[in-house]
Design a protein around this ligand. Structure first.
Ligand code: AOS
Ligand code: ZN
Ligand code: ZN
Length: 385
């Protein structure tokens, strides 16, 4: 059997608190049994994912969905459960005031309110010990002429500059981009170029977050990953799968080959090394599948893609590339992709005292029955209604 290459131990996946709560589409949120009723219970569920995979040690929070009166208490609770709090996700997209935008809104009063929320999120990071402030802006316009495209970029730059100045030495901004939705003509941060331009203007503590579902169909995401790593500005992934738009399905479900190509560029660019500072986060909603199992499956899918990427014979690949042997070079990559790494990962888990089959072990643990019996009236993640 092929040996599992070193490097897999470096892979730490962050799960999102909102993945454990009820979610749905704009048509309906189907309530599932046993879903968390508060942020503490979301963390308890996230801890299960880590307990069975050994690869999901942190949980991202979303403010205000995860608002509590004492964040240090929440952080201590997480540690007690064997996990830590991760990125703080700001929310400037669910208030009536943000009809025409948040930090890019024409009215300075609304811009102030939005920027103040971002600053409040940095205060929360101080209490939770979080390194990352993840910013996704729904800001944009629907009609040509509705607002001035350039002025909106200036307003965005001003808000980011103020937040950047508030960051501690070890804190960062992760600036996420998204092609469209909810804005349909211009989104103020639509692509990695715009995000990178703002990050470069801000300074080294500003990096780009690549949500794999936020591109036009056919976009070569691994090229973006390679370019950002090369520039030292790949801060994070929001992993998920999409068939059409921002579907937020389980990562690796729609296109496992794309996930492999992305992870190959991560490995190639040194992004797996913790010193590179790339956060491997999931941004998914489990609408029809059980949520904790959905997260476990996603973690396993990222592990499998990473293991395959680590198996690429770098020397053979370079030799074929340098020799201009197109087919041999392609074959080196495909050989790694076609390797069944599941037995290797089963061994990796057993060597770490974990069950070889995390999903079966979770199902047998009785945790699900426990939460179904103990939790009544779980909350909605915050999306859709
Ligand atoms: C929105 O489409 C994004 O993917 C975000 O990352 C969003 O901020 C996240 O889903 C939770 O806030
Ligand atoms: Zn995202
Ligand atoms: Zn999204």
């Amino acid at each position: 059997m092929t040996d599992l290459p070193a490097g897999l131990d470096d892979l730490a996946i962050e799960t999102p608190s909102w993945a454990y709560a009820n979610s749905g589409t704009r048509f309906k949120v189907f309530a599932q049994k046993g879903v968390p009723r508060d942020p503490f219970e979301k963390i308890a569920d996230a801890a299960q994912v880590h307990a069975f995979t050994g690869a999901a040690p942190t949980v991202a929070l979303h403010i205000p969905w995860d608002k509590v009166s004492d964040y240090s208490l929440l952080a201590a609770y997480a540690v007690d459960r064997g996990v830590r709090l991760g990125a703080i996700n700001a929310n400037v997209f669910q208030d009536d005031d943000y009809l025409l935008g948040s930090v890019t809104h024409p009215d300075p009063r609304i811009r102030r309110k939005a920027t103040d929320h971002l600053l409040e999120c940095v205060d929360i990071m101080d209490a939770t010990g979080s390194r990352d402030l993840k910013l996704w802006f729904s800001d944009g316009i629907n009609y040509p002429g509705q607002d001035d495209i350039r002025t909106r970029q200036d307003r965005l730059g001003d808000a980011l500059t103020e937040v950047y100045a508030r960051l501690g030495d070890d804190q960062r901004i992760l600036l996420e981009y998204k092609l469209f939705e909810p804005a349909f003509y211009v989104t103020d941060v639509p692509d990695w170029g715009t995000s990178l331009l703002h990050c470069l203007a801000l300074g080294p503590k500003a990096t780009v977050c690549v949500d794999t579902g936020h591109h036009a169909p056919g976009t070569n995401i691994e090229f973006i990953v390679a370019s950002l790593l090369r520039a030292g500005r790949l801060g994070a992934f929001d992993f998920n799968s999409r068939f059409y738009a921002d579907d937020d399905l389980m990562v690796g479900a729609a296109d496992p080959f794309q996930l492999f190509r992305i992870m190959y560029e991560v490995v190639r660019g040194g992004g797996l090394d913790p010193s590179a500072g790339v956060a491997f986060m999931l941004d998914q909603c489990h609408n029809v599948e059980p949520k904790i199992q959905g997260q476990i499956r996603s973690v396993m899918n990222v592990q499998e893609a990473t293991a395959k990427a680590l198996l690429v014979d770098a020397a053979a690949l370079r030799a074929a590339q340098d020799g201009g042997d197109v087919l041999a070079a392609n074959a080196v990559l495909m050989d790694a992709y076609d390797t069944d790494v599941r037995p290797l990962l089963a061994t990796w888990r057993e060597q770490r005292g974990l069950d070889a089959d995390p999903i079966a072990a979770y199902k047998a643990s009785g945790y699900f029955d426990e939460i179904v019996a103990g939790r009544v009236g779980g909350t909605q993640a915050g999306w859709g209604a």
